[in-house]
Design a protein around this ligand. Structure first.
Ligand code: SAM
Length: 216
């Protein structure tokens, strides 16, 4: 059964009281995918991490509990999500090691090479031009930095049939991997797994150390 369009729109950008509820449900529901993304990032003390389309902020909370991040940032264009994310991470926000920013993820408010690691989970469906967002992640990562993008794809008919195509656009793995290569990453490795009953992909891409070659 397809989710109603108004619920799908809330997932794309939560607003109002319904958005508060959606944020709470999403924080619980997407935890397994986010935890796997954090594992794939191999976080270490001192890392600088960005969560692109961070939503509720649970993932940065977990990351910060796993290691001592020196700098971390969440970006989202939903005020509801950002309020929840800041409240959830109030201690790290207070001591300024973690910041949250209201922005479109196609224009990240950071200088080049600022982060060591980046992740983005269940966001690509809402990007009209995914390459623009993937390129922004590339710009803010340092050479050698890693980006993990997590998504469901056209391979999962339950996903495709479960959400209105007026809001959700599911990619296929090849499209995602090509987009990574086009903007300059090394060819990504994509892990596919059924997690919490959902067929899910994590494309792990590294920004080359030497910018004049993407052959590694
Ligand atoms: C389905 S939620 C996923 C949230 C979180 N990453 C997770 O895994 O639970 C998608 C999030 O991406 C944000 N988002 C979608 N498109 C965005 C854009 N172009 N710029 C900034 N945030 C965006 C939404 O506001 C929402 O919080």
């Amino acid at each position: 059964m397809t989710n109603p369009e108004f619920i799908a729109r809330q997932s794309r950008r939560p607003t109002g009281l319904l958005g508060v509820l959606v944020a709470r449900v999403m924080a619980r529901e997407t935890r397994p995918e986010n935890e796997r993304a954090l594992q794939l990032l191999n976080l270490a003390d001192g890392d600088r991490l960005i969560d692109i389309g961070c939503g509720h902020g649970e993932t940065l909370f977990s990351a910060n509990a796993m290691v001592r991040l020196s700098d971390s940032a969440g970006v989202d264009f939903s005020g509801v999500m950002l309020r929840r994310a800041r409240a959830r991470n109030r201690d790290a926000v207070w001591d300024t090691r973690m910041t949250f920013h209201c922005a479109d993820t196609s224009e990240l408010p950071f200088s080049d090479n600022r982060f060591d690691k980046a992740l983005s989970v269940h966001t690509i469906y809402f990007w009209s031009d995914p390459s623009a967002h993937i390129a922004e992640a590339f710009r803010v990562l340092r050479p050698g930095g890693t980006f993990v993008l997590c998504y469901r794809s056209t391979a999962d008919k339950r996903a495709v049939n479960g959400f209105p195509d007026t809001v959700y656009r599911f990619p296929n793995i090849q499209q995602v991997e090509e987009a990574f290569c086009r903007v300059g990453y090394r060819p990504p490795d994509t892990l596919t797994e059924t997690i919490a009953g959902r067929l899910t992909h994590w494309s792990v891409a590294v920004k080359p150390e030497r910018m004049d070659s993407n052959a590694g």
